[in-house]
Design a binder for this molecule. Structure first.
Ligand SMILES: Nc1ncnc2c1ncn2[C@@H]1O[C@H](COP(=O)(O)OP(=O)(O)OP(=O)(O)O)[C@@H](O)[C@H]1O
Length: 255
């Protein structure tokens, strides 16, 4: 693992990053006292990059993802998505930005059970006031290998198929950034490979940016870089690591 002090990433690159975190801290107040989940994270996610975020339990991975996607407010610091500063946006503007620029793939697929697969995928466009073309929806379903399941309801699909619907739903708006939190946590290894392959394709073919939290070194090896968090700080990164190298770096961190 390269030991990367957080400040190393503050150099302004020639191309603006898809996502920039600058001095992001997050403190949760709880009955047991304050918990510092993030303690000043500065990091640039370049456009078209696929980054896996790893670290011991409680190191701040989910908090980082939530703050980066504007789902939670940092206590201090700034998040810029495509040059737009999330802090200071109202809830309505933030929702619009999320719908247009961000795609979400979580462990729980969050599909609406009463809607067909087709309507679940079309929903993000409808929410932005657009009327999705039938061909556009079918094309995205085809991309994830589910064109023949358009009329089914989520409960009639396997877990892996439901996750592919969730990816199709995230793909339809062509978001600049995909946020994925343990997207393969509940899936078998073959289905996981398909899902990770789809995320990889989004970066390689379409230049989209993927930020994925995972505990799994095999999943992380699909990313071009693994960013390691420890105790709310960036502890280092590893480029093009094999699962074995990533697992070794993780055990070093957990020591
Ligand atoms: N809503 C909350 N209130 C209080 N403390 C919280 C809250 N959410 C997270 N924390 C604390 O913040 C720290 C970071 O949590 P976070 O969920 O970001 O870690 P993580 O790296 O994603 O962990 P895991 O791998 O176990 O999911 C932990 O100490 C956690 O207990």
């Amino acid at each position: 693992m390269t030991s990367t002090a957080p400040t190393r990433h503050t150099v302004v690159p020639s191309e603006p990053p898809a996502l920039l975190l600058d001095g992001v801290t997050k403190t949760y107040e709880s009955k047991a006292g304050a918990v510092q989940a993030l303690r000043g994270v500065t990091y640039h996610f370049q456009q078209g990059s696929f980054t896996a975020v790893m670290g011991p339990s409680g190191s701040g991975k989910s908090t980082l993802l939530q703050c980066a996607a504007g789902l939670d407010q940092p206590t201090a610091g700034t998040v810029l998505l495509g040059g737009i500063r999330l802090q200071g946006l109202g809830e309505v503007e933030l929702t619009k930005l999320r719908r247009k620029q961000m795609g979400f793939v979580f462990q729980a697929y969050n599909l609406l059970p009463s809607l067909t697969v087709f309507d679940n995928v079309a929903l993000p466009l409808r929410l932005t006031g657009l009327r999705p073309g039938r061909q556009d929806v079918l094309a995205v379903l085809d991309q994830v290998g589910l064109a023949d399941k358009a009329k089914r309801r989520p409960a009639e699909l396997s877990g892996g198929q439901q996750q592919r619907v969730a990816i199709a739903r995230a793909l339809i708006t062509r978001p600049a950034v995909f946020f994925a939190d343990e997207p393969t946590g509940a899936l078998d290894s073959q289905t996981s490979r398909q899902i990770l392959g789809l995320l990889r394709e989004a970066t390689d073919r379409a230049g989209q940016t993927v930020v994925m939290v995972t505990h799994d070194p095999v999943a992380a090896a699909y990313a071009s870089r693994v960013l390691f968090l420890s105790d709310g700080l960036v502890a280092g990164s590893l480029d093009h690591g094999t699962p074995a190298q990533i697992a070794a770096a993780m055990s070093d961190l957990e020591r």
